[in-house]
Ligand binder design. Structure first.
Ligand code: ATP
Ligand code: MG
Length: 139
């Protein structure tokens, strides 16, 4: 069993896509074991995306991520990190495979609707960034 952090980014929440994203997650067989809505401050978004602080898009990305409410979730399942990244599709929606969340809903390389952890170490950091032990409810 593996856990991963999912975010429905502010564009996805603003556009009314929470239900459609959650439906795909549940239908995939991944289990949502934690979920809440948050509105990150700029500083919280900078802390979350600290690995990208040298990238040219860091300022814009953290402005976007702190621009409105987002839904954060912990997903659990076998091979959950890779399975969820397959559901999301490539970072750039133009490169994303048919039937993926980003291909179907994203409008922009930055405003790409969802986030997913990319490795067990980043998943552990990201889950701890948003959830304490009492907020995670494995079945
Ligand atoms: P995420 O970490 O959000 O799941 P990812 O792992 O597919 O996405 P990263 O390379 O980690 O992609 O980039 C983090 C986020 O930064 C992207 O999801 C996107 O919102 C934004 N981003 C990435 N590359 C660019 C770019 N070239 N221009 C603008 N924004 C970008
Ligand atoms: Mg990433």
């Amino acid at each position: 069993m593996q856990r991963t952090l999912s975010i429905i980014k502010p564009d996805g929440v603003a556009r009314g896509l929470i239900g459609q994203v959650v439906k795909r997650l549940e239908e995939s067989g991944l289990t949502i074991i934690a979920m809440k809505m948050i509105h990150m401050t700029k500083a919280q978004a900078e802390g979350f995306y600290a690995v990208h602080r040298q990238r040219p898009f860091f300022g814009s990305l953290t402005d976007f991520m702190s621009s409105g409410p987002a839904v954060v979730m912990v997903l659990e399942g076998e091979n959950a990190i890779a399975r969820y990244r397959d559901l999301m599709g490539a970072t750039n929606y133009k490169d994303a495979a048919e039937g993926t969340i980003r291909r179907d809903f994203a409008t922009d390389i930055e405003k790409n609707v969802v986030h997913g952890s990319d490795a067990p170490e980043t998943a552990a950091f990201e889950m701890g960034y948003f959830f304490n032990a009492f907020e995670i409810t494995p079945r």
